[in-house]
Design a protein around this ligand. Sequence first.
Ligand SMILES: Nc1ncnc2c1ncn2[C@@H]1O[C@H](COP(=O)(O)OP(=O)(O)OP(=O)(O)O)[C@@H](O)[C@H]1O
Length: 360
Amino acid sequence: MIRTQALTKDFVVSRTRTVHAVRGISLDVEPGELVAVLGPNGAGKTTTLRMLTTLIPPTSGTAEVAGYDVVAHPDRVRAAIGYVGQGGAGGAAQLVRDELTAQGEIYGLDRRTARRRGDELVEALDLTEQADRKVESLSGGQKRRLDVAVGLVHEPSLLFLDEPSTGLDPHNRANLWEHILRMRTAAAEPMTIVLTTHYLDEADTFAERVIVVDNGQVIADDTADALKAELAGDLVTLRVAPEHAAGLAAIAEHAPGAHSVHVTTDRTESTVQIRIADGPGATPGLLRAADAAGLLVHRLDVARPTLDDVFLGLTGRSLRENAVDAVDAVDAGGSPPGGAERTAVPAGSSANSSPKEVLA
Ligand SMILES: Nc1ncnc2c1ncn2[C@@H]1O[C@H](COP(=O)(O)OP(=O)(O)OP(=O)(O)O)[C@@H](O)[C@H]1O
């Protein structure tokens, strides 16, 4: 469904500075996959999506989407995909139903088909009560559901969602996801969905595959469970008296599957944190060894890893920290001709730029 080879994107920001937003991404996404692209601010997620949706041309490399090369056949790619950008659909003064019909017509549907499809989506995305209201009167959650409806109006088999739930409250996020998943399974052919998100739990819960991007490159690509098991491991936290911490850390370092051991001490207590492949399986042995050495453990906690732990393990940084900024990704010279790329939004797309949001 998607195949990229060494895809890159440089933005020339001045005569001497180029931002290497995407640095050689090679990907294969199969039909029917639900893939989350996860990474810190500025990692290159949106730029990658924009190349795949033909909004901006790659600087080098190739991308085939829905069977068509994004540079040679952008119109065919656009006809085959839906794209929900960060900025949302336009047409603020339009009625919701009319906006959907208009978008359908832009994608080449005749008026009757566009109207029928709009009505189906209004119902599927729980917008029936809002259908005859102006777009500008919708709440954030309703507006985002309309954005998704616009992305689906021409029944694409491949849907790109750029941060679909950013800015929504937890209730609206859950609601939006329920609708997306229902639409996906209701489609005749399982829909392929590629989304970017800042919400780690969202990627963890809903995506069948997580592609972690940092600094314009893919640094991990697997199921959330596999990434967590292979790259993070469980976190076992043991609290002991400060004089017992060194002995416990020595035991922990030799525990099977231990990746790292970290000790912190405050006035009255030490905390020994062990990153280990199988936390629940390792704890009885750890406690027995501590007991045999005369070390008294006050408290033990085992936490399953999160995708943030995966990112931390890969980069030494937390996804929740503010990420590498554009400035870190620039160099002098080497600029491709033609100056800075500015996004050209194709007709019928709801894509636009919006201020970047920090990680939730
Ligand atoms: N039109 C542009 N001109 C110059 N630099 C750009 C342009 N668009 C993006 N960039 C830079 O390219 C890098 C990647 O940006 P991109 O928006 O793809 O990141 P992202 O991973 O989507 O981030 P976020 O999570 O904040 O949306 C950033 O350093 C960004 O500042």
